[in-house]
Every structure is written in C-alpha cells, then in structure tokens.
Design a protein around this ligand. Structure first.
Ligand SMILES: [Cu+2]
Length: 176
C-alpha cells in the first residue's frame, strides 16, 4: 500500500476516535445522568379530575438513582404524586394473608376488591444503575391531582421530575 494511503487511514482513525470520545462525553453530560423520553398522557373527559403521566426513564450512570418527586404547573393540575398500580390477586379472597399485606391500600380510596386494580402513592420509583424503568399503564406513573382543565389530545404540558441524585429534569408531556 502506498505511503500516502497510510496517512489517510491514520487520519480517519484519529477522527473516528475523537468523535467517539466526544459523543461519550456528551452522553454522560446531563447533570444527573438521567434521561427521560416518550412522556405522554391520555386526554381526559371533562368529568375527570385526575390523569396519569407515563414516560421512559433511563439511568445512564452505574449508580442507582430514584425518581423521588414531581411537580406540575398549577395551570395543569393542583398537585402531583408518584403512584404505583397494583392488581389485587383474586386468590387472596378469604384472606390467607394475615394482616400485613392487606393493609397496603388501607389509605387508598380506590377499590381493593380481589382481582381489581387499585393504586397507591409511593415515596420513590427506583431506577437501578444503567437501567431503564418504564412508567406505563398498569405500573408506575405520575398522578396529576385536581386537573385545572381537561387534557386535550395533541397538546403538551411540562412536568419536572426530581431525582435522588442530581438535578431535576423538565419533561414535555404529549397528550394522546
Ligand atoms: Cu395513580
């Protein structure tokens, strides 16, 4: 191979390495190392006073983190909470579980009938290191309480997610 060609190959290699290093630095940039994507909510009927927000939360760091709080503009809702949806096992009817487990939803006004779905507020949503946690129907979600007005399909609003480690993150939520 001609000498000048080696210089070209070498040059390309150097450029490639620089690009990789720069993009890696960019990936771990965000003060928290957390990224949030696909934030969405269902449109609501005028009679609805609450709504759930779903999203994909990714921890780009090797250190475990957690979603610990969420805030929402008062123009959207009065307050917001972290929730977990749970289905009561139909087999628990008759109560083979003594005490403990049956008290988990005692504070919830949601139904706790066996086989029915209820939800409760949780203090935090854990996000293990280098892992992705999905806030999705049937699982974790952000609950908007006392909506200021119905959520209309196509509109967007912002919520701010607060993580245990690092800065908070403003997220644009798409109403579907
Ligand atoms: Cu909820």
């Amino acid at each position: 191979m001609k000498r000048w060609l080696w210089w070209v190959v070498g040059g390309v290699a150097v450029v490639a390495i620089v690009v990789v290093v720069v993009s890696l630095a960019g990936g771990s940039d965000g003060a928290t190392g957390m990224s949030v994507s696909d934030a969405w909510s269902r449109s609501t009927a005028s009679s609805q006073t609450t709504a759930a927000v779903y999203a994909t939360v990714t921890n780009n760091d090797g250190v475990k983190n957690a979603l610990v709080a969420v805030s929402v503009p008062s123009a959207v809702a009065m307050s917001s909470q972290l929730h977990e949806t749970m289905t009561t096992p139909a087999t628990s009817m008759g109560g083979t579980s003594m005490g403990g487990t049956s008290t988990t939803m005692a504070n919830s006004s949601s139904t706790t009938d066996p086989g029915m779905t209820g939800m409760q507020e949780v203090p935090s949503i854990p996000v293990p290191g280098n892992a992705t946690v999905k806030l999705q129907p049937g699982g974790y979600h952000v609950m908007l309480m006392d909506l200021a007005k119905p959520l209309t399909k196509g509109e967007r609003f912002q919520v701010t997610l607060q993580f245990a480690h690092g800065a908070s993150k403003a997220v644009s939520v798409q109403v579907k």
